[in-house]
Ligand binder design. Structure first.
Ligand code: FE2
Length: 385
């Protein structure tokens, strides 16, 4: 998160004595990234955050790859992913490479008897259906339809749903996820031409603090495995923190589209970046206004990136037979473009209501067994007339 945030109680000077009303010490933790070089947060805990009581099960949740070298365009029916009660069980990796996992999840229930921490990936959780509260050791974020929740690696969290019918699209990125650098000045402030600004990014304002001892299970993800660790103190025992490294929310509905006289390329939709992938938001917008404009995208070859589009809502102008919850995968190396008739249909249209999230990865994506369960195997022939 590229700007400073302070929540709760902190001492006036870092690394100095900070005492409770009864004279005991609070315990300081520096929560940093890229060694001591990246964004960090200084948090103050009721108890030492190091009290591992027991290490229990350790098991693999690695994706099962069905096609390691994929050159086939696919459509996946995302809403066919089964609902499951448990949040972690519900997360199905459909596409994967060494930089990221792309996950669909339909959890029915809130996480109740455990906490979760992903130690080696940032998680970008897009809320397609459902409302609730993301509860973390650095504060809470209410969420609803259209929200991106950015959970930096190492955040301990629970997810509470008010709803049963929840649909999540998650990008798990081993490279840190930032806002695009070209939209920030050298101080980190979002510039005037950015499609969103700091006011649109929601920081935690509510901090839950428990000074409790007992058995607290944290399911920790590290290198494709879950390691179950029992801590002796409640993981949400922070009384205050400040810094740059914390979870935040951004609604896709707050993305202000950039339009032009002729078709604008996908980077105008960019919302997040890493050095291994980009995430773009396609939102309702006016079409190109050149008198001879062709609003549908031109055919294009992603020579060196795989393109994943997750369709959220509205009418998808360039595709036939695409519904909410569908994913299209257009692999690097072969061109793709509007379906037959879509280019012609687009001419003269003045606006689109489409809402979609796109992930372009610079390394090829492998298709998993979970993906093939919901795949349309003939999609690759859908450009034939
Ligand atoms: Fe494309």
């Amino acid at each position: 998160m590229p700007f400073y945030h302070k929540l709760g109680k902190i001492p006036p000077k870092r690394h100095t004595q900070f005492k409770k009303p009864n004279g005991d010490f609070y315990y300081e933790q520096l929560f940093g990234t890229i060694g001591f070089d990246g964004m960090s947060t200084n948090s103050y805990h009721e108890q030492r955050p190091t009290q591992v009581k027991e290490i229990k099960a350790q098991y693999s949740i690695a994706p099962k790859v069905a096609k390691a070298n994929n050159m086939q365009s696919y459509r996946f029916h995302g809403f066919k992913v089964n609902q499951e009660d448990d949040y972690l069980d519900s997360r199905k990796i459909v596409l994967t490479n060494s930089d990221c996992n792309i996950i669909l999840a339909a959890p029915r229930k809130s996480t109740e008897d455990y906490f979760y921490k992903n130690t080696d990936a940032d998680e970008l959780i897009f809320i397609h259906r459902g409302t609730g509260k993301l509860r973390t050791h650095l504060g809470n974020l209410d969420f609803k339809y259209g929200d991106y929740l950015l959970v930096p690696r190492g955040i301990i969290y629970k997810i509470d749903f008010d709803t049963v019918d929840n649909r999540l699209f998650i990008v798990e990125s081993y490279r840190p996820i930032y806002t695009p650098k070209r939209y920030r000045n050298w101080f980190g402030q979002l510039l005037e031409h950015s499609p969103f600004c700091e006011r649109d990014l929601r920081q935690p304002q509510e901090l839950e603090t428990y000074n409790e001892s007992g058995d607290f299970l944290i399911k920790i993800k590290k290198q494709d495995e879950i390691i179950e660790m029992v801590y002796a103190s409640h993981p949400f025992d922070v009384v205050g923190y400040d810094g740059y490294n914390y979870p935040y929310a951004f609604s896709i509905h707050d993305f202000e589209p950039i339009t032009g006289r002729v078709h604008q390329p996908p980077p105008v939709h960019q919302t997040f970046e890493t050095d291994a992938l980009v995430v773009c938001s396609f939102v309702p917008r006016l079409y190109d206004y050149h008198p001879l404009a062709v609003p549908a995208p031109y055919n294009h070859s992603n020579i060196d990136s795989d393109e994943v589009l997750y369709y959220v809502d509205g009418d998808f102008m360039s595709r036939n037979d695409i519904d909410a919850g569908h994913i299209s995968l257009h692999p690097a190396g072969i061109p793709h473009g509007p379906h037959p008739g879509a280019m012609e249909r687009s001419i003269g249209k003045v606006k689109t209501d489409e809402l979609a999230v796109m992930v372009d990865t610079f390394k090829p994506l492998k298709v998993t067994e979970e993906a093939l369960k919901i795949a349309d195997n003939d999609y690759y022939k859908s450009w034939l007339e």
